[in-house]
Design a protein around this ligand. Structure first.
Ligand code: NAD
Ligand code: MG
Length: 385
C-alpha cells in the first residue's frame, strides 16, 4: 500500500490524480486531501477515498467542511498552516497541485519527511527554484515532474548521460490564439482564453497557455529540474500536443515522449515511478493523426514568453517578480479588471519598477513575492477595462 496525500485535490490535476487512485483503491491509503474552499468537492472526494484528513486553506470554510463530513471519522482542519500540517503527515507520495505561489509552503512541508513529491505546482519552482531544490536535497525528498513537458523530459533523460545532453526542447501547443494577430487579440474574453484547444485545465494555467507565459514559466521550471543552462533550453510550437518534449544529446540523437494530451499519463508515470502502471487513457493512432507540425514561437505576438526568457537569463529575483506579477495580472484579467494584452504590460512594468537582490531564503522569496504583488496590483489600477 502506498500512502498518498493530494495538495490541491479539487483542481484539475488533483481530480485526475484521484481518478487514477480510485481505479485501484486497495493499492493506496490516502492520508490527506486539501483544497482552497470547495468544501462540497473536497468532502465528497475524502469520503470516496476514505481519507484520514480533509483540509481547507480558507479557514472560514471549516464549519461547512465539518458539516459535510458529518457521520464519517475523517478529520477536518482549516487554514494554511493546517494544509502544511497535512503535508507533513508522512505520505510516501504527495501530489503538489495547488496553483500559484500559495503552493510553495505546503510543497516544502511535503518534502520534510523525504518521500516522493510529484510536482505540478510550477509557480513554486519559478519563484523559489533554488530554495526548493536545496530543500529536496537536504531532506532526501525526490521531486518528480508532473508538468507534461517536464515529465516527458524526465522520461527521455538517461541518468548515465545527463552530462551528454546538448539541448532540451519544450513543445508548446501555441494555445487558442496561436494564429491571431496582435490586433485580433485585443478583445479576447476570459471565456475565450480558458478554452484550450487540446488540454482541459484550471483557469490560471489556461490563461498562461493563451499568453504563452506558461511556456516561459516552464523554461524556468526546466532550468531548476534538469542539468542544463538557460541557453540549452528551447521552445518549439507543436499544435497537436502529441510530442510532449524532447531531449537532444551530443551525438545528435533526439528522444521524444509522445502520448495523448491527458494529464493522467504524466501523473500515472509519477505515481507508479520507478515502475509503470496501466491507465485508461486514449492510445495514439499515428496513422489517423497523419502529420505533426512544428514552428518557431513568435515573441512579438507573445511577449510573455520573451519576458520569461529574459527573467531566466537574468536570474536572481527576476523569475519570482515575473511570476508574482503574472499571478496578479491573470487574476485581474479573469475578473475583468485588465484586458488580455495588458497581462504582458503589467508583468513588464512590474519588472521595470522592482529589481530586488537575489533571494536566498524562503522568507526572502516570500517578501519579494508580496512586494511584486503589491506593485503589480497598483499597476492594474491603471488598466482601462
Ligand atoms: P486548478 O485551479 O484546477 O486547481 C488548483 C487547486 O489548488 C484547487 O484544489 C484549489 O482548491 C487549490 N488552491 C487554490 N488556491 C489555493 C490556496 N490559496 N491555498 C491552498 N489551496 C489552493 O489548477 P490546476 O489546473 O489543477 O493546476 C494546478 C497546478 O498544476 C498549477 O500550478 C498548474 O500550473 C499546474 N499544472 C496544471 C496542469 C493541468 O493540466 N491542469 C498541467 C501542468 C501543470
Ligand atoms: Mg505543461
Amino acid at each position: 500500500m502506498k500512502t498518498v496525500t493530494i495538495l490541491g485535490a479539487t483542481g484539475s490535476v488533483g481530480s485526475s490524480t484521484l481518478d487514477l487512485i480510485e481505479r485501484d483503491p486497495d493499492a493506496y491509503e490516502v492520508l490527506a486531501l486539501t483544497a482552497n474552499g470547495d468544501v462540497g468537492k473536497l468532502a465528497a472526494a475524502a469520503r470516496r477515498v476514505r481519507a484520514r484528513r480533509a483540509v481547507v486553506a480558507d479557514e472560514s470554510r471549516l464549519p461547512a467542511l465539518r458539516e459535510a463530513l458529518r457521520g464519517t471519522n475523517i478529520e477536518a482542519a482549516g487554514g494554511i498552516d493546517a494544509v502544511c500540517e497535512a503535508a507533513r503527515m508522512g505520505a510516501g507520495w504527495t501530489m503538489a497541485a495547488i496553483v500559484g505561489t500559495a503552493g510553495l509552503k505546503p510543497t516544502l512541508a511535503a518534502m520534510e519527511h523525504g518521500g516522493v513529491v510529484a510536482l505540478a505546482n510550477k509557480e513554486s519552482l519559478v519563484s523559489a527554484g533554488g530554495v526548493m531544490t536545496d530543500a529536496a536535497a537536504r531532506f532526501g525528498a525526490t521531486l518528480l515532474p508532473v508538468d507534461s513537458e517536464h515529465n516527458a523530459v524526465f522520461q527521455c533523460l538517461d541518468p548515465a548521460n545527463a552530462d551528454r545532453v546538448s539541448r532540451i526542447v519544450l513543445t508548446a501547443s501555441g494555445g487558442p490564439f496561436r494564429e491571431r494577430t496582435l490586433d485580433e487579440m485585443r478583445g479576447i474574453t476570459p471565456a475565450q482564453a480558458v478554452a484550450h484547444p487540446n488540454w482541459s485545465m484550471g483557469a490560471k494555467i489556461s490563461v498562461d497557455s493563451a499568453t504563452l507565459m506558461n511556456k516561459g514559466l516552464e523554461l524556468i521550471e526546466a532550468f531548476h529540474l534538469f542539468p542544463v543552462s538557460a541557453e540549452q533550453l528551447d521552445v518549439v510550437v507543436h499544435r497537436q500536443s502529441v510530442i510532449h518534449s524532447l531531449v537532444e544529446y551530443v551525438d545528435g540523437s533526439m528522444l521524444a515522449q509522445l502520448g495523448a494530451p491527458d494529464m493522467r499519463i504524466p501523473i500515472a508515470h509519477a505515481l507508479a515511478w520507478p515502475r509503470r502502471m496501466a491507465t485508461p487513457c486514449q492510445r495514439l493512432d499515428l496513422a489517423t493523426i497523419g502529420r505533426l507540425d512544428f514552428e518557431a514561437p513568435d515573441y512579438e505576438r507573445f511577449p510573455c514568453l520573451k519576458l520569461a526568457r529574459e527573467a531566466l537569463a537574468a536570474g536572481g529575483a527576476r523569475p519570482a517578480v515575473l511570476n508574482a506579477a503574472n499571478e496578479v495580472a491573470v487574476a485581474a484579467f479573469l475578473d475583468g479588471r485588465a484586458a488580455f494584452l495588458e497581462i504582458a504590460a503589467i508583468v513588464s512594468d512590474t519588472l521595470e519598477r522592482y529589481d530586488p537582490a537575489a533571494p536566498e531564503t524562503l522568507d526572502q522569496v516570500l517578501a519579494i513575492d508580496a512586494e511584486a504583488r503589491h506593485i503589480a496590483g497598483e499597476r492594474v489600477k491603471d488598466c482601462v477595462d
